[in-house]
Unconditional design. Structure first.
Length: 284
């Protein structure tokens, strides 16, 4: 029995030794494979480095700029994507040029205006009136009020322009800018909320009694009677157009006479601000 136990122990030791040998061989094999892989990686890196340092056989010599440009041009010339991009750019440019030349159109020509001139101080006004010019006096809300000369057949707007143009506070809606001007007439340009400058009858030869209305449809001096004024007279007031003038007359017809100027506030379209602007220009 002792001999059998010894034999069993010897077999067990042999198996352990063989197992250790196999593990050692496996470890040596793994180490060899790792060394081989590292060697392959190093050789691959060396080859890539040599390829990067090696000159391109088809590349032009260094410093030859013309050769470099020629080589790039050959590469671009055979690139279809670059050709398509160039064609698209040319098409867009041609379309834009066509739109600017044809579709955009040309601006309309400005309407000609009557030529205007101003008499000089060295010339008497009477001598400036010829068959082709008239002399008018422009006063009120203009930049250069005074006597101006305009072509025969000119309109109120031409005379106002000859006087330097209207000032920012000029109420041009109270003037008929398309009305023709007559020789020796006076154009009074009113300001917002104010009556036009009064005319001195004594300064006008042959002026009718009671004064002369300003040329161009300006409002006459003096307040307008709300109970007797016509639509045309009401429209001469600042801020009163045809619709508001009709509303005033309709209210007067429907509700009777205005007892006070404040009654004007009951008319549709007359607010507090407009009533305050009209208070000194109207009466009952």
């Amino acid at each position: 029995m002792g001999t059998g136990a010894a034999v069993g122990a010897s077999d067990h030791d042999a198996r352990d030794e063989r197992a250790r040998d196999e593990r050692a061989r496996d470890e040596r094999a793994r180490d060899e494979r790792a060394r081989d892989e590292r060697a392959r990686d190093e050789r691959a890196r060396d080859e890539r480095a040599r390829d990067e340092r090696a000159p391109d056989p088809g590349a032009p010599p260094a410093g030859d700029l013309r050769a470099v440009v020629a080589a790039r041009w050959e590469a671009w010339r055979h690139d279809r994507r670059l050709g398509a991009l160039l064609c698209a750019c040319v098409a867009v440019a041609a379309g834009f040029a066509w739109w600017r030349a044809g579709a955009g159109g040309s601006p309309p020509a400005a309407a000609p205006t009557a030529p205007v001139t101003r008499p000089t101080q060295s010339e008497p006004v009477a001598q400036t009136t010829t068959a082709n010019a008239v002399v008018v006096n422009v006063v009120g809300a203009v930049r250069a009020p005074g006597v101006v000369r305009v072509a025969a057949g000119a309109r109120v707007i031409d005379a106002v322009t000859a006087a330097g143009g209207a000032t920012p506070d000029a109420d041009l809606e109270r003037l008929n800018l398309a009305a023709p001007v007559a020789d020796g007439s006076r154009i009074a340009v009113p300001k917002f909320g104010e009556a036009p400058p009064a005319l001195d009858p004594a300064a006008v030869a042959g002026a009718p009694a009671g004064g002369e209305a300003p040329a161009g449809g300006g409002a006459a001096a003096g307040p307008v009677n709300l109970n007797t004024a016509s639509a045309a007279q009401l429209e001469e007031l600042p801020g009163i157009g045809p619709a508001t003038a009709k509303a005033i007359i309709d209210d007067r017809t429907r509700n009777g006479r205005f007892a006070t100027v404040d009654d004007l506030g009951r008319v549709r379209g007359i607010g507090d601000a407009k009533l305050a602007a009209l208070r000194d220009l109207v009466t009952v």
